[in-house]
Design a protein around this ligand. Structure first.
Ligand SMILES: [Zn+2]
Ligand SMILES: [Zn+2]
Length: 148
């Protein structure tokens, strides 16, 4: 789905909020991640001093298996992204999003941002202590004598 930004490009100070949902079927591209539902994308396009910005955040829930303790659970994630949108390709810079004919595909942008940002190791919590390498007990829940 494309969003038309002609008005934003033409009017200094203009703003446009947006909210999209990336359906499960499109999330298959993010291989190795088990999404519990669609990804919610919401944000704002705005023109400040004739520069068009895109600030947005994504929200989603993943079914994860903790990389350290192997616990299965659902984790909620939020990421924020900021871009500058340009209307032509005369600047050869990957940092910019190019609005071809003043249109951008928000879901496409969000998917490629997520692809770069999603962690390769998912943990149940940052401080997860993991499993004892000797007896296999969950060190978050109990202490074993193996280390002593
Ligand atoms: Zn864990
Ligand atoms: Zn142990």
């Amino acid at each position: 789905m494309k969003t038309d930004l002609r008005r934003i490009f033409n009017i200094s100070g203009a703003k446009q909020e947006f909210e999209y949902e990336i359906p499960m079927s499109e999330l298959e591209r993010l291989k190795g991640y088990d999404f519990a539902g669609p990804v919610m994308v919401s944000g704002l396009f705005y023109n400040r001093a004739d520069v068009v910005h895109m600030d947005y955040s994504v929200r989603f829930t993943l079914n994860i298996v903790c990389d350290r303790c192997l616990k299965e659970l659902q984790g909620e994630y939020t990421y924020d992204f900021e871009h500058i949108v340009v209307s032509s390709v005369n600047k050869d810079n990957d940092d910019f999003i190019i609005a071809d004919n003043y249109r951008v595909d928000v879901n496409e942008i969000a998917l490629s941002d997520l692809l770069l940002e999603l962690p390769t190791k998912l943990l149940c919590m940052d401080e997860c202590k993991g499993l004892c390498s000797k007896c296999g007990c969950d060190l978050n829940e109990s202490e074993c004598d193996c280390q002593k």
